[in-house]
Design a protein. Structure first.
Lengths: 90, 131
């Protein structure tokens, strides 16, 4: 299992469009990927609605967990998406 | 391809479609939007749905959304479905969480999709708390 703490640095946080990008990316991997905001409630990172309902705003730390064959690659690509501010504010 | 038929009071369906497309960043050809105006009769609504169904290749399985059970768009949809030998699942009370969820899980079977959409209904409507 791979685990990574990431901080939302885009101004709009995990809003619907960002959630959609994360979900689309997560869906390209075979492994199970979850996201949580630290309250113990793990959300399937392949679910747009689940991610959006986390209501994670700018500056929030989220925890990504990947488990399966391509878990390392998944975490790396998701980290890139976060660092890239979901393609916003470039 | 699974089609999602939105049969709603104008302009609700097209507005929801635009919201989802904006969020995903591309047009979603699986959404078939049938907009009902106050002057449309049940027969006219059925005709609109029939034409839309033909236009997308007469799919044997569809997922349907309507806005309000008992309202004219929904009644027209029911009348049309009653006369068709197609497999369908669907819900009334369409909202953005349900539509986002449906598109996200469009590759599931109709029954699994229905389950997901009903979960989205429960999760998507919450009392508003400061978080």
């Amino acid at each position: 299992m791979e685990y990574k703490k990431l901080v939302l640095t885009n101004k709009l946080g995990l809003h619907l469009r960002a959630a959609s990008k994360l979900s689309n990316l997560a869906t390209t991997f075979q492994c199970d990927i979850s996201i949580s905001n630290g309250d113990g409630n793990k959300i399937n990172a392949k679910s747009v609605l689940g991610i959006t309902l986390l209501a994670a705003a700018f500056g929030t730390s989220v925890y990504i967990e990947a488990s399966g064959k391509d878990e390392k690659q998944a975490i790396n690509e998701i980290e890139k998406l976060f660092n890239n501010k979901f393609g916003e504010e470039l | 391809m699974k089609y999602f038929f939105l049969v709603c009071h104008k302009p609700l369906g097209s507005s929801l479609q635009k919201c989802v497309e904006f969020s995903i960043g591309e047009s979603i050809e699986e959404i078939i939007n049938i907009e009902v105006t106050p002057n449309d009769s049940l027969a006219e609504i059925q005709d609109l749905i029939e034409k839309a169904w033909h236009k997308c290749g007469k799919p044997r399985e569809i997922f349907v959304f309507s806005d309000l059970k008992g309202a004219t768009p929904c009644n027209g949809l029911f009348s049309w479905l009653r006369g068709k030998r197609i497999l369908y699942r669907g819900v009334t009370g369409i909202n953005l969480p349900m539509l986002v969820c449906a598109i996200n899980h469009k590759n599931l079977s109709l029954d699994s999709l229905l389950k997901k959409v009903l979960e989205a209904k429960d999760k998507g409507i919450q009392s508003l708390n400061i978080y």
